[in-house]
Write a protein that binds this ligand. Structure first.
Ligand SMILES: Nc1ncnc2c1ncn2[C@@H]1O[C@H](COP(=O)(O)OP(=O)(O)O)[C@@H](O)[C@H]1O
Ligand SMILES: [Mg+2]
Length: 249
């Protein structure tokens, strides 16, 4: 992956039919792991969807390395080096591993000027990336529907790595995984973080976040109510911010 980028959000607002999902949200994300936590409905996914181009903000600005950007679609986000993994393990079930990795960005070779999918090259590069991150998948020819949850997330992660994302967005990436798969997934994430990438992860697992994250952002009712280094806080304090019994001074 490329080096981590600085992603900055200024005064973002988003409403859905009268529900203010995000209110005047400003934040700055640099290299390292930032965890976003908050109760259901706090606006975490809306925030991630705006960063990944799935949802457009009503107002507000986004900057990547100090350049104003418009993320009008997931495709536009990817072109800027912003890749996303979702909690629902969104992959194309009826395609194999390498086809998923190159979905929408297929490699093409030309024979007498006629374009053909370069299946062999895609399979080779997919295998290389999976090996590189030590992701254990039987074969890149395996249909994605027969993979475990952890393996599916690993394919999505390998896709981000292959395409040199500098910002990685994870919205509850281990929600559908068992404890063992969660552990190995988190290890890969930490390796990515150590490389100096900018990783933003929505999570419900506060103890794990306290261990992994460099920074924690707490959201409540569409707003960021606190931002801190997990070393400077406690689980009790985080919970208090989440439920609103404590407010930032
Ligand atoms: N597509 C949508 N249409 C209508 N309301 C939505 C939509 N997406 C989110 N919301 C509302 O916005 C608020 C924030 O939701 P969300 O960002 O999914 O929160 P979280 O991920 O923190 O649980 C909630 O009140 C939710 O019901
Ligand atoms: Mg959510």
């Amino acid at each position: 992956m490329d080096n981590g980028a600085v992603l900055r959000i200024e005064d973002v607002n988003k409403s859905y039919a009268g529900i203010r999902a995000l209110q005047n949200v400003s934040a700055r994300f640099g290299p390292g792991l930032t965890a976003i936590i908050g109760d259901n409905g706090a606006g975490k996914s809306t925030f991630m969807k705006i960063l990944s181009g799935v949802t457009l903000p009503d107002t507000g600005s986004l900057f990547l390395n100090d350049h104003l950007i418009h993320i009008a679609s997931p495709f536009a986000a990817r072109k800027l080096g912003i890749e996303s993994l979702y909690q629902d393990l969104a992959l194309a079930d009826t395609l194999n591993v390498y086809a998923n990795m190159f979905l929408g960005r297929e490699l093409v070779r030309r024979v007498l000027g006629i374009p053909f999918l370069d299946e062999r090259q895609m399979a080779r590069l997919a295998t290389e990336t999976l090996d590189q991150v030590r992701i254990n998948i039987p074969s890149v020819h395996t249909m994605v529907r027969s993979l475990s949850g952890g393996q599916r997330q690993a394919v999505a992660l390998a896709r981000a790595i292959h395409f040199k994302a500098s910002v990685l967005l994870l919205d509850e990436p281990t929600a559908a995984l068992g404890p063992k798969e969660t552990d190995s997934f988190n290890q890969i994430i930490m390796a990515v973080v150590r490389e100096g990438k900018t990783v933003i992860m929505v999570t419900h697992n506060i103890p794990q976040m306290m261990e992994m994250a460099d920074r924690v952002i707490i959201m409540r009712a569409g707003q960021i109510v606190a931002q801190t280094d997990p070393k400077d806080t406690s689980q009790e304090e985080i919970m208090a911010f989440m439920v609103g019994s404590r407010r930032a001074v």
